[in-house]
Design a protein around this ligand. Structure first.
Ligand SMILES: CC(C)(COP(=O)(O)OP(=O)(O)OC[C@H]1O[C@@H](n2cnc3c(N)ncnc32)[C@H](O)[C@@H]1OP(=O)(O)O)[C@@H](O)C(=O)NCCC(=O)NCCS
Length: 138
Protein backbone atom coordinates (compact mmCIF):
# COMPACT_ATOMS: atom_id res chain seq x y z
CA UNK A 1 0.00 0.00 0.00
CA UNK A 2 1.07 3.56 -0.65
CA UNK A 3 2.20 5.58 2.40
CA UNK A 4 -0.57 7.92 3.59
CA UNK A 5 0.06 11.57 4.51
CA UNK A 6 -2.03 14.03 6.46
CA UNK A 7 -3.20 16.71 4.02
CA UNK A 8 -2.26 20.35 4.63
CA UNK A 9 -2.98 23.58 2.80
CA UNK A 10 0.42 23.15 1.12
CA UNK A 11 -0.95 20.09 -0.69
CA UNK A 12 -3.90 21.96 -2.23
CA UNK A 13 -2.47 22.18 -5.74
CA UNK A 14 -1.56 18.48 -5.84
CA UNK A 15 -4.92 17.42 -4.47
CA UNK A 16 -6.83 19.60 -6.95
CA UNK A 17 -4.84 18.03 -9.81
CA UNK A 18 -5.73 14.54 -8.56
CA UNK A 19 -9.38 15.50 -8.10
CA UNK A 20 -9.47 16.75 -11.71
CA UNK A 21 -8.52 13.27 -12.94
CA UNK A 22 -11.43 11.71 -11.05
CA UNK A 23 -14.44 14.03 -11.33
CA UNK A 24 -16.21 15.81 -14.18
CA UNK A 25 -16.62 18.88 -11.96
CA UNK A 26 -13.37 18.98 -9.98
CA UNK A 27 -12.69 21.21 -7.01
CA UNK A 28 -10.25 24.08 -7.46
CA UNK A 29 -6.97 24.53 -5.62
CA UNK A 30 -8.66 27.35 -3.69
CA UNK A 31 -11.48 25.06 -2.59
CA UNK A 32 -8.94 22.57 -1.20
CA UNK A 33 -6.98 25.39 0.41
CA UNK A 34 -10.07 26.89 2.05
CA UNK A 35 -11.25 23.51 3.34
CA UNK A 36 -7.85 22.43 4.64
CA UNK A 37 -7.44 25.79 6.37
CA UNK A 38 -10.41 24.94 8.59
CA UNK A 39 -9.61 23.12 11.85
CA UNK A 40 -12.66 20.90 11.26
CA UNK A 41 -11.22 19.41 8.05
CA UNK A 42 -9.00 16.32 8.16
CA UNK A 43 -7.54 14.87 5.00
CA UNK A 44 -5.43 11.87 4.10
CA UNK A 45 -3.79 11.30 0.75
CA UNK A 46 -1.19 9.28 -1.09
CA UNK A 47 0.12 9.21 -4.66
CA UNK A 48 -2.97 7.20 -5.65
CA UNK A 49 -5.86 9.04 -4.03
CA UNK A 50 -7.30 11.28 -1.37
CA UNK A 51 -10.01 11.47 1.29
CA UNK A 52 -11.25 14.60 3.08
CA UNK A 53 -13.60 14.70 6.04
CA UNK A 54 -15.19 17.41 8.10
CA UNK A 55 -15.61 16.71 11.76
CA UNK A 56 -17.82 18.45 14.33
CA UNK A 57 -18.29 17.08 17.86
CA UNK A 58 -18.80 13.31 17.57
CA UNK A 59 -19.91 13.36 13.92
CA UNK A 60 -17.90 13.42 10.71
CA UNK A 61 -18.85 13.82 7.08
CA UNK A 62 -16.94 12.59 4.05
CA UNK A 63 -16.35 15.62 1.83
CA UNK A 64 -14.66 13.85 -1.04
CA UNK A 65 -12.93 10.57 -1.85
CA UNK A 66 -11.21 9.59 -5.06
CA UNK A 67 -8.58 7.26 -6.44
CA UNK A 68 -6.72 7.94 -9.68
CA UNK A 69 -7.94 5.77 -12.56
CA UNK A 70 -4.66 3.85 -12.88
CA UNK A 71 -4.70 2.84 -9.21
CA UNK A 72 -8.25 1.56 -8.81
CA UNK A 73 -9.35 -1.89 -7.53
CA UNK A 74 -6.19 -2.24 -5.45
CA UNK A 75 -7.81 -1.38 -2.14
CA UNK A 76 -6.61 2.24 -2.02
CA UNK A 77 -10.02 3.74 -1.20
CA UNK A 78 -10.55 1.05 1.41
CA UNK A 79 -7.18 1.81 3.00
CA UNK A 80 -8.00 5.54 3.07
CA UNK A 81 -11.39 4.82 4.69
CA UNK A 82 -9.87 2.44 7.27
CA UNK A 83 -7.11 4.89 8.21
CA UNK A 84 -9.63 7.73 8.43
CA UNK A 85 -11.96 5.66 10.64
CA UNK A 86 -9.05 4.90 13.02
CA UNK A 87 -8.18 8.59 13.25
CA UNK A 88 -11.80 9.61 13.82
CA UNK A 89 -12.27 6.97 16.54
CA UNK A 90 -9.30 8.45 18.37
CA UNK A 91 -11.04 11.82 18.11
CA UNK A 92 -14.13 10.24 19.77
CA UNK A 93 -16.19 10.47 16.58
CA UNK A 94 -19.11 8.04 16.67
CA UNK A 95 -20.80 8.49 13.27
CA UNK A 96 -19.58 9.14 9.73
CA UNK A 97 -22.04 10.43 7.13
CA UNK A 98 -21.81 10.85 3.37
CA UNK A 99 -23.78 11.50 0.21
CA UNK A 100 -23.14 9.53 -2.94
CA UNK A 101 -24.77 9.74 -6.36
CA UNK A 102 -27.41 7.02 -6.60
CA UNK A 103 -25.91 5.82 -9.91
CA UNK A 104 -22.32 5.57 -8.58
CA UNK A 105 -22.45 1.83 -7.97
CA UNK A 106 -18.67 1.50 -7.51
CA UNK A 107 -18.71 3.98 -4.63
CA UNK A 108 -21.90 2.56 -3.12
CA UNK A 109 -20.38 -0.94 -3.14
CA UNK A 110 -17.19 0.43 -1.62
CA UNK A 111 -19.04 2.16 1.21
CA UNK A 112 -21.22 -0.89 1.93
CA UNK A 113 -18.10 -3.06 2.07
CA UNK A 114 -16.73 -0.64 4.66
CA UNK A 115 -19.69 -0.69 7.00
CA UNK A 116 -21.87 2.13 5.67
CA UNK A 117 -25.62 1.64 5.44
CA UNK A 118 -28.14 3.70 3.52
CA UNK A 119 -30.14 6.20 5.59
CA UNK A 120 -32.14 7.95 2.90
CA UNK A 121 -32.32 9.32 -0.61
CA UNK A 122 -32.20 12.98 -1.68
CA UNK A 123 -34.13 13.69 -4.88
CA UNK A 124 -32.23 15.73 -7.43
CA UNK A 125 -29.33 16.44 -5.05
CA UNK A 126 -26.64 16.38 -7.77
CA UNK A 127 -28.06 18.66 -10.49
CA UNK A 128 -31.12 16.49 -11.01
CA UNK A 129 -29.50 13.19 -10.04
CA UNK A 130 -30.53 11.55 -6.78
CA UNK A 131 -28.10 11.02 -3.93
CA UNK A 132 -28.10 8.31 -1.30
CA UNK A 133 -27.27 9.33 2.25
CA UNK A 134 -25.27 6.74 4.16
CA UNK A 135 -23.84 6.42 7.64
CA UNK A 136 -21.34 4.28 9.50
CA UNK A 137 -21.25 3.92 13.26
CA UNK A 138 -17.75 3.71 14.71
C1 LIG B 1 -15.07 4.79 -5.96
C2 LIG B 1 -13.54 4.79 -5.87
C3 LIG B 1 -13.09 5.80 -4.82
C4 LIG B 1 -13.08 3.37 -5.46
O1 LIG B 1 -11.66 3.39 -5.28
P1 LIG B 1 -10.80 2.05 -5.31
O2 LIG B 1 -9.47 2.33 -4.67
O3 LIG B 1 -10.81 1.47 -6.66
O4 LIG B 1 -11.66 1.11 -4.35
P2 LIG B 1 -11.14 -0.23 -3.63
O5 LIG B 1 -10.09 -0.90 -4.48
O6 LIG B 1 -10.77 0.08 -2.21
O7 LIG B 1 -12.48 -1.10 -3.71
C5 LIG B 1 -13.08 -1.66 -2.57
C6 LIG B 1 -14.43 -2.23 -2.98
O8 LIG B 1 -15.28 -1.24 -3.52
C7 LIG B 1 -16.10 -1.81 -4.55
N1 LIG B 1 -15.72 -1.24 -5.85
C8 LIG B 1 -14.72 -0.37 -6.11
N2 LIG B 1 -14.71 -0.06 -7.43
C9 LIG B 1 -15.72 -0.74 -8.00
C10 LIG B 1 -16.23 -0.82 -9.32
N3 LIG B 1 -15.67 -0.13 -10.34
N4 LIG B 1 -17.32 -1.60 -9.55
C11 LIG B 1 -17.90 -2.28 -8.56
N5 LIG B 1 -17.45 -2.27 -7.26
C12 LIG B 1 -16.38 -1.51 -7.00
C13 LIG B 1 -15.79 -3.30 -4.55
O9 LIG B 1 -16.64 -3.89 -3.59
C14 LIG B 1 -14.36 -3.29 -4.05
O10 LIG B 1 -13.97 -4.51 -3.49
P3 LIG B 1 -13.32 -5.65 -4.44
O11 LIG B 1 -12.25 -4.98 -5.28
O12 LIG B 1 -12.79 -6.64 -3.46
O13 LIG B 1 -14.46 -6.15 -5.29
C15 LIG B 1 -12.90 5.11 -7.26
O14 LIG B 1 -13.51 4.28 -8.24
C16 LIG B 1 -13.06 6.57 -7.68
O15 LIG B 1 -12.24 7.41 -7.33
N6 LIG B 1 -14.11 6.88 -8.45
C17 LIG B 1 -14.33 8.25 -8.95
C18 LIG B 1 -14.64 9.23 -7.83
C19 LIG B 1 -15.80 8.77 -6.99
O16 LIG B 1 -16.81 8.28 -7.48
N7 LIG B 1 -15.65 8.96 -5.66
C20 LIG B 1 -16.69 8.63 -4.70
C21 LIG B 1 -17.63 9.79 -4.61
S1 LIG B 1 -18.76 9.58 -3.28
Amino acid sequence: MYPLCKASVLDSKTLAAMHAQCFDKPWTEKTFHDLLFLPTTYGLWCEAGLLLTSCVCDEAEILTLCVLPGYRRQGVAGALLDAMAEHLKQQHVRKIFLEVAADNQAAIDLYKKHGFTQMGQRKGYYEGKDALTMQRLL
